[in-house]
Design a protein around this ligand. Structure first.
Ligand SMILES: Nc1ncnc2c1ncn2[C@@H]1O[C@H](COP(=O)(O)OP(=O)(O)OP(=O)(O)O)[C@@H](O)[C@H]1O
Ligand SMILES: [Mg+2]
Length: 199
């Protein structure tokens, strides 16, 4: 299994931001996809899940929110959202079972405009939005950077037989570095497959 590497500071930053603001944006400091926004949100929800006794609701930002919420409410909240409700999320928030904070993750938001009016702005709810581009102001945003060199090598090491890296440590470093995959997690995964497969 791939290790989750190098994101202790980012996990702490997301936690601190969510303690200050109802909505927080994990954005990419680099233009490309694959820097690890979704993975960070996933691991945050997994590691800090206890902070949200009201539960974690994960939806995909590339698809309309309403049907996903209606489905989630039915499956996980025991709520049947009436048809023709304008904002199913607001309706669910008023009836959300249990107590304590709830984390709503909207992964890979493409168009924040229509979504903005649907998201909760008060109460127990914290919203974590991942996006390639920044959508929230600096105080509510983490700009996710590529991995530091040691973490990049650690990720490669979790994908490729250790002996292979020990035999060619300089190649491994070059492969992860600026001229190749630029310490981008997605790039390291792809390169790891090729590096590991080479004779
Ligand atoms: N810190 C990490 N440790 C190990 N693997 C990671 C890490 N970050 C990301 N990955 C892996 O790298 C790949 C790309 O990460 P992810 O899907 O989170 O990127 P993304 O920023 O959400 O990209 P996109 O903009 O395309 O949505 C995934 O397979 C993920 O599991
Ligand atoms: Mg993603």
């Amino acid at each position: 299994m791939t290790a989750f590497v190098g994101r202790a500071d980012d996990l702490a930053a997301v936690d601190a931001l969510l303690n200050q603001s109802q909505q927080v944006n994990i954005a990419a400091a680099v233009g490309l996809g694959g820097v690890g926004k979704t993975e960070l949100a996933l691991q945050y929800a997994r590691i800090q899940g206890d902070e949200f006794p009201g539960g974690v609701c994960w939806v995909r930002g590339v698809e309309p929110l309403e049907p996903q919420i209606v489905q989630f409410a039915q499956t996980h909240l025991g709520l049947t959202v009436p048809e023709q409700i304008e904002n199913p999320l607001a309706w669910c928030c008023q009836r959300w079972p249990g107590e304590g904070p709830v984390l709503i993750v909207v992964d890979d938001v493409q168009d924040y405009g229509p979504l903005k009016a649907l998201l909760p702005t008060a109460g127990r709810f914290r919203v974590l939005l991942t996006t390639r581009r920044a959508i929230l102001p600096a105080g509510q945003r983490l700009e996710l950077e590529v991995l530091v060199p040691e973490a990049a090598l650690e990720l490669l090491g979790s994908l490729v037989a250790g002996e292979r890296i020990e035999a060619e440590p300089e190649d491994a470093r070059l492969l992860c570095g600026e001229e190749w995959v630029g310490r981008l997690p997605l790039g390291i995964e792809l390169a790891g497959a090729a590096f590991g497969a080479a004779p």
